[in-house]
Design a protein around this ligand. Structure first.
Ligand SMILES: NC(=O)c1ccc[n+]([C@@H]2O[C@H](COP(=O)([O-])OP(=O)(O)OC[C@H]3O[C@@H](n4cnc5c(N)ncnc54)[C@H](O)[C@@H]3O)[C@@H](O)[C@H]2O)c1
Length: 450
């Protein structure tokens, strides 16, 4: 049995490598020749823990192949897993041009029966539309089916998530095709949910929208904490101990980013508009998040005034730790704003700095560690909770910064430690700490004193 995986991004590459790891013969195809060259040489173009060694192991075992040649990719494939990007169009809808291009290639080069499995996140109805297109245009008598198999892995733990996924969702119009795809997953020993195609497509969007809702909800509660003097860490802990609520995704912060939640919530909203359904919660979730992403910048401006000529350090540029993905990262929005203000900037991220440099070149100073990033800074913004940042000795901020003013969008440090270290420390949903211990004066009169 031959498996082809189309697209070697965060999803396609992890999927291809993990399929090879359980013993399948896998060909990964991408139109990006540079990526394919590096992958064929055993080098992983993305940062994903454990991926490069597993890739090399399976290349050496001869189970994993990479190609940029479309004919090689499709000619022997029994199963074609499509994992190309579905980014956001300007109007918020899902951009399906990569998917459509991949389907056109498949149509042109398919010479044998195959099942096409769509892993890319696509709006409800897309799989059926693709199946219709394929059936019209492939040679008569060739049986080709389209099965939806949305992906739920998280960047930064892609391999772990693939081997220990909570569920595999398979949406198929034809039970036999759905069953065949389910059998591919048997070596992983995971729970499989088989549904119709449209339900599978919606499970993916609804899941991401629900997780985004939890984040926006807790961020709203954090903002309320700042008004009322409650502490979000304690509030979230107390809420999360209720098993009906659960403790995951109750971490207040600077808002969600990344390549999935922002675009998927907007694409779902677009879909609801198409069906003329007013999904009120979803609209609020998106609105709350875009406001939350502004929080630190607004607070810093309020406290520090014009930032022109001030030295600002940004710690963490990836949208979350353990990935180099900066798509829609709150830090990227902040960097643009700070540069717009005329701040003089240094950045540090353990994995994503190359990607930031591709965008900003010499406009930023790229520090090799936290010490170097915060050296001489008037203000530091913490945007990603990498261990290198959460584990940083807070006393060093005072040692290296010109003025030890920290805006922490990820609540990395204990308030007492920050106070002891003599920092001015503003976090999310917690009492501000002032270097001269006049905490409440920083809150512009919003604290209700007992
Ligand atoms: N990144 C995640 O954490 C994640 C998680 C779950 C689901 N998803 C979904 O999976 C899909 C892929 O996401 P990603 O983050 O892996 O994307 P990505 O942008 O990292 O990678 C997409 C890859 O597809 C390649 N490509 C584009 N057009 C192609 C074509 N016609 N033929 C072959 N290759 C082509 C690109 O060159 C690129 O390497 C998206 O729909 C996304 O929403 C992503």
């Amino acid at each position: 049995m031959e498996i082809t995986v189309v697209g070697t991004g965060y999803v396609g590459l992890v999927t291809g490598v993990c399929f090879a790891e359980v013993g399948y013969n896998v060909t990964c195809f991408d139109i990006d020749e540079k990526k394919i060259r590096s992958l064929s040489g055993g080098q992983c173009p993305i940062y994903e823990p454990g991926l490069e060694s597993m890739l090399q192991k399976n290349l050496e075992a001869g189970r994993l192949h990479f190609t940029a040649d479309v004919q090689t990719a499709y000619k022997n494939a029994d199963y074609i897993f499509v994992a190309v990007g579905t980014p956001e169009n300007e109007d918020g809808s899902a951009n399906l041009e990569y998917l459509e291009a991949a389907i056109a290639d498949i149509r042109a080069h398919l010479v044998q029966e195959a099942i096409i499995v769509i892993k890319s996140t696509v709006p409800v109805g897309t799989n059926q539309r693709i199946a219709g297109l394929l059936k019209k245009q492939i040679p008569k008598g060739l049986k080709v089916d389209v099965v939806s198999n949305p992906e739920f892995l998280r960047e930064g733990s892609g391999i772990l998530d693939t081997f220990h996924a909570d569920r595999i969702v398979i949406g198929a119009g034809d039970r036999e095709s759905g069953g065949k795809v389910a059998r591919i997953y048997e070596p992983f020993g995971l729970p499989v949910l088989q549904t119709d195609v449209r339900s599978a497509e919606l499970i993916k969007y609804a899941s991401n929208a629900f997780l985004a809702t939890k984040i926006s909800f807790i961020n709203e509660v954090a903002n309320l904490c700042e008004h009322t003097g409650a502490n979000i860490e304690d509030v979230a802990k107390g809420m999360g101990m209720d098993q009906r609520i659960g403790s995951q995704f109750l971490k207040a912060g600077i808002g969600y980013g990344g390549s999935c939640f922002p675009k998927d919530t907007k694409a779902l909203e677009k879909l609801t508009q198409y069906y003329q359904y007013d999904f009120k919660i979803l609209r609020s979730v998106i609105e709350v998040n875009s406001r939350q992403k502004q929080q630190l910048f607004v607070k810093a401006k309020e406290m520090l005034g014009p930032l022109k000529g001030k030295r600002a350090a940004v710690l963490g540029t990836a949208f979350k730790p353990h990935t180099d993905d900066i798509r829609e990262a709150p830090a990227m929005e902040l960097i643009a704003q700070l540069l717009g203000e005329g701040a003089d900037m240094s950045v540090y991220d353990p994995a994503a700095m190359k990607k930031v440099e591709e965008i900003y070149g010499s406009r930023l100073y790229y520090a090799e560690n936290v010490d170097a990033a915060v050296k001489g800074a008037d203000v530091t913004f913490i945007m990603t909770e990498w261990p290198q940042i959460t584990g940083y000795d807070v006393k060093r901020f005072k040692l290296f910064m010109r003025r030890p003013v920290i805006f922490d969008g990820r609540n990395c440090y204990d308030l007492q430690m920050a106070e002891k270290a003599g920092l001015t420390y503003i976090s999310v949903g917690r009492k501000p700490v002032s270097a001269n211990h006049q905490e409440d004066s920083l809150e512009s009169g919003t604290v209700v004193q007992d």
